[in-house]
Design a binder for this molecule. Structure first.
Ligand code: LER
Ligand code: MN
Length: 272
């Protein structure tokens, strides 16, 4: 069964980005629950931004689970990445993500490595950056496995990262470095920019996909752009995808309407 999910941004310093709900955890959970979402994906400032027991009570109250937690605040707030030329900063990135993994594990939720992967800096060596990325992902994959959760690597579009932009490149990279405990995130916004054929890539690399970010071509909620969701949904069903399609999309025109549009699209493509 494919499950629905909405994102909640809880980082006060960040005022805009591709998240449906903003500011208040309980209000967001109440609204998502009223629309029938299965889960939420959290973007928090750090691994200790939320009280775990209090959050568990809220999740129980609103009958929601946490589909995944994002680690991007480590880059956006602190500037840490796994491929920074400075070893001390790479270590801080690893520590930040390891703590997020432990936090997510309290909810049986996997952690996403998106922007924390970083970039090859100007004049830097690609081989060296890939080696650093592989070292980080290998270590963190084992940390996640020890906590009985998955670790999710997300290929980003070329305007956000010059490391790995497609599912194919990511699978080849994970194979080359024999990184076994890491699955891939298929973000439909990034894929619309980078994949020659989104549905074909989903079919070919389906075994590696463990999470989906559900957004239209313009990163508005699905239904507001020109991505061919019929084809994408067909491919996800064909690979027997059993995870979440998580709305990492702009709160356009506002959070409530974006959540409603998302759940309508979810029902249209996945509940028939
Ligand atoms: C994170 O999930 C993502 O998709 C990136 O674009 C970072 O903002
Ligand atoms: Mn994403």
């Amino acid at each position: 069964m494919i499950k629905s999910c909405a994102t909640i941004a809880l980082v006060p310093a960040i005022k805009s980005g591709p998240w449906i709900y903003w500011d208040d955890l309980e209000k967001s959970l109440a609204h998502a629950s009223s629309l029938g979402f299965d889960a939420v994906e959290l973007f928090t400032e750090s691994s200790n931004a939320l009280d775990i027991d209090a959050t568990k009570l809220l999740l129980e109250k609103y009958k929601l689970s946490i589909a995944a937690v994002g680690s991007g605040a480590g880059k956006v707030i602190h500037g840490f990445t796994l491929t920074d030329p400075d070893k001390a900063i790479r270590q801080k990135a690893i520590d930040f993500i390891a703590n997020m993994i432990s936090f997510g594990a309290a909810f049986n939720a996997p952690t996403i490595i998106g922007s924390m992967q970083g970039n090859i800096v100007a004049g830097g060596s690609r081989d060296q950056a890939m080696q650093w990325l592989a070292e980080g992902l290998s270590y963190l994959g084992k940390h996640a496995a020890a906590h009985h959760v998955k670790l999710i690597y997300e290929p980003l579009n070329r305007y956000e990262s010059n490391l790995l932009n497609t599912l194919e490149e990511s699978v080849q990279f994970l194979n080359k470095y024999q990184i076994k405990q890491v699955g891939l995130l298929a973000d439909l916004f990034h894929m619309n920019i980078e994949e020659a054929d989104m549905a074909a890539s989903i079919r070919t690399y389906g075994d590696s996909i463990i999470h989906v970010h559900f957004a239209d071509s313009n990163r508005r909620p699905v239904g507001n752009g020109h991505t061919n969701l019929n084809e994408v949904a067909k491919a996800l069903k064909e690979i027997n995808y059993q995870g979440f399609v998580s709305a990492e999309a702009f709160a356009w025109p506002n959070p409530q309407a974006a959540a409603e549009q998302t759940i309508e699209s979810f029902k249209k493509y996945f509940k028939i």
